[in-house]
Design a protein around this ligand. Structure first.
Ligand code: PLP
Length: 429
């Protein structure tokens, strides 16, 4: 097998070993643009099509097994089909997927968030992280009666209009067409970690809110952001859609010991089902409340519909998941596994003498290589080669769960070794 495939490129071998996925991709492209339903699932020459998943593993339509590090885009800290979450979802689905009414599980879900997340005095559920950051920005703008938003260059907050701004170089151009110019003037991107740049923006006393991710930053900087913002009547949102319940039960804000005014949550929040939330200061969250005051109802409050907000199935999954992940040994286990992978990868990079960086935080393991190839091409080759070795990374990073095993780690390190060797042989790195 090794000698037969030695002559093949990564792409050629994928067509041979993943023929069923290639065929499904061909079927998809006439009806779905580029065949994918999330940009990050796009992968040349074709994405894998998965039929089944359990724990840390998943299987494609050709029967290939993968140790999965896509992790449901970060939602699956407890792996695929966690037995308690699956049981709760099945039971709930049999009792109704949508009541068009309030239900007890949504209260328990909100109580858990307030018990676990430091800034969370009150909670409002949405269907996704994108909706959560959209709502958090609107809440902050309404509460402060200001328009301008400061965000950090390169920080991803979903795909609504405001989140497209300052996402990728050149930072003065949004990452999508179709964003009104007028709206672009309301969001300013500054470099994360640059206190002087932040101070210069805040000085004008017209900034409603600073929104940022916490990973890659320090406690000291995060506290400076909060203190500086507050000195100018500006609110702070920590977008914890990824870091929430992953860094620590209470997310990055617990890990760094810095409390924002508002936080946005999704992914692990809903245990692998769809759901998001804004949580934070009660006085800000009360902008959403109903009052017996026609003026407030028409001109004061934030309106918030949303058919699937806190739907019973997501709430059942979320409650069950949060009851488990509130135990910090869950995050500790995932982080320890990620540390073992980091160590293994660094040994390989050193032994093979490749210019590469293995970094990350908690249970996220990003890898970068120096390469002459365009970033997208390198990612496709890396991901393809890892898949051929039985590993599915999330682009250039591994999203590690609390259920990955020692055997998974061994397989992953061996696959990385083979992948790096193959990329070297192809002249990609
Ligand atoms: C930090 C962050 N915020 C917001 C979002 C958007 O969440 P969703 O994909 O649920 O809309 C994401 C998604 O990956 C994210 O990573």
């Amino acid at each position: 097998m090794a000698t037969e495939t030695a002559q093949m490129t990564i792409g050629e071998e994928m067509y041979e070993r993943m023929a069923g996925s290639a065929a499904l991709y061909e079927r998809a492209t006439p009806v779905v643009p580029s065949g994918v339903t999330h940009d990050s699932r796009f992968n040349g020459p074709f994405p894998i099509y998965v039929r089944r998943a359990a724990g840390s593993r998943k299987w494609d339509v050709d029967g290939n097994e993968y140790v999965d590090y896509f992790g449901g885009h970060g939602a699956l800290l407890l792996g695929h089909c966690h037995p308690a979450i699956t049981a709760a979802v099945v039971e709930q689905a049999q009792r109704g997927s949508h009541y068009g009414a309030c239900h007890e599980l949504e209260i328990r879900w909100a109580e858990l968030v307030t018990e676990i997340v430091p800034c969370a005095e009150m909670v409002k559920f949405t269907s996704s992280g994108t909706e959560a950051t959209l709502m958090a920005l609107r809440l902050a703008r309404a509460f402060t009666d200001r328009t301008r938003v400061v965000k950090m260059q390169g920080h991803f907050h979903g795909w609504h209009d405001y989140a497209t701004i300052a996402m990728a170089p050149p930072y003065d151009q949004p990452i999508s067409r179709g964003i009104p110019q007028e709206l672009q003037a309301t969001v300013t991107g500054i470099p994360a970690g640059d206190v002087a740049a932040l101070a210069a923006e805040l000085e004008r006393d017209d900034v409603a809110v600073v929104i940022l991710l916490c990973n890659g930053l320090t406690s000291e900087y995060l506290q400076q952001v909060v203190d500086l913002a507050h000195a100018h009547g500006t609110l702070v949102i920590f977008d914890e859609v990824v870091t929430g319940f992953r860094y620590a039960p209470g997310g990055a804000q617990e890990h760094f010991g810095v409390t924002p005014d508002l936080t946005t949550l999704a992914k692990i929040l809903a245990g692998g089902y769809s759901g998001g939330a804004v949580a934070g200061r009660a006085d800000v969250m009360r902008m959403l409340e109903f009052r017996d005051d026609p003026e407030w109802m028409r001109f004061g409050r934030i309106a918030h519909p949303g058919t699937y907000n806190a739907n019973p199935v997501s709430a059942a999954a979320g409650v069950t998941c949060l009851e488990i992940v509130r135990d910090p040994s869950v995050q500790a286990r995932a982080t320890a596994t990620a540390d073992a992978i980091r160590t293994g990868f660094r040994d390989i990079v050193e032994r093979r003498g490749v210019p590469a960086r293995v970094g990350g935080w908690a249970s996220m393991v990003p890898v970068s290589f120096e390469s002459k190839l365009p970033a997208r091409t390198l990612t496709e080759r890396y991901r393809g080669a890892m898949q051929l070795n039985g590993i599915d990374p999330s682009g250039m990073q591994l999203i590690v769960s609390a259920v990955h095993t020692e055997e998974d780690v061994e397989r992953t390190i061996a696959a990385f070794d083979a992948t790096v060797g193959r990329l070297q042989a192809e002249g990609a790195i």
